[in-house]
Design a protein around this ligand. Sequence first.
Ligand code: ATP
Ligand code: LTN
Length: 327
Amino acid sequence: MPRVFSGIQPTGDLHLGNLLGAVRNWVQDQHVADSFYCVVDLHALTVPKEPGEVGRSSLEMAQTLLACGLDPDVCTLFVQSHVREHSELAWLIQCVTSIGELRRMTQFKDKADKQDFVSAGLFTYPALQAADILLYDTDRVPVGEDQRQHIELTRDVAERFNARYGNTFVIPEATVPRAGARVMDLQVPTDKMSKSADSDAGVVYLMEDLAATARKFKRAVTDSDGDVRFDPATKPGVSNLLSILGAVTDRSPEDLADEYTQYGPLKSDTADAVVEVLRPIQERFAELVEDPTGTGELLAIGAEKATAVASDVYRRAVDQVGLLPRV
Ligand code: ATP
Ligand code: LTN
């Protein structure tokens, strides 16, 4: 079975972009691959956080992922800081990553522009992400379009490490879904749907009131030419609705466009389809929050399974570098 690894930061609430771009594919992959999914709490610390905040949101993120359908009997779900090899390998990876490569990361540029205090961790973040992936001999990394650049960097540094120290790491590949790879904001359809948007009006949160979800779709920004066509460049709002409806109904946006002549029915059908996807997720989440200890125990088992793989790969990397063994 191929090995799959992906991660998600425990920051903010999960939205439809995260579900369609990433998590939904994790749920599918867990049945066909040996899958490791990680709540990357150390990544969340790259921007300032209140004491205790990251711990609380890590538990909530794990509950949300379980509600979305991750099954701890078939995949490994764990928290990054529970497996110390992530931080340890990140150092070795930083030492084969150049400042120039890190400077070219567009996510760094975007996030740094929004911060008063730009931490060194925010800058070196992609090296920690590369360590996350390489620790599991990962073949495939299911992510949304915005993460492609980080996976490319992971491949480059893994190849550099292998060239310098001898074959050590498996070279991973990004798998970006055909539909839903880039869900756009319903109010600003030229921007990706993001937790860090200025306004919530265009962001569909998985756990929000479903009446509010339907309202957001009805108020979605379209355009004034009244023609239903899939053309993201000139018709970003309408194309986004078609992409979302396509992703949740497993149809192509172009085919769907042929079935609509007006924006109103497209908006309400998209709203209805999304609400039907979110409803069972919200029901499962409500059950899971009743039993936080249960989720904590699942995460402990996940950390144990992850450590078994990560400690072997980390040891292999240290041996290849040739650090003096402690006797
Ligand atoms: P932020 O926007 O605050 O940086 P985010 O909403 O992008 O956060 P992440 O935790 O960075 O969320 O992303 C988790 C996963 O969701 C990644 O695989 C990412 O590619 C995917 N993803 C995030 N936003 C979208 C989107 N709008 N469309 C499709 N996939 C997305
Ligand atoms: N950088 C990613 C989160 C992330 C990740 C990973 C994704 C951290 N480590 C390893 C895939 C594999 C993000 O911001 N979405």
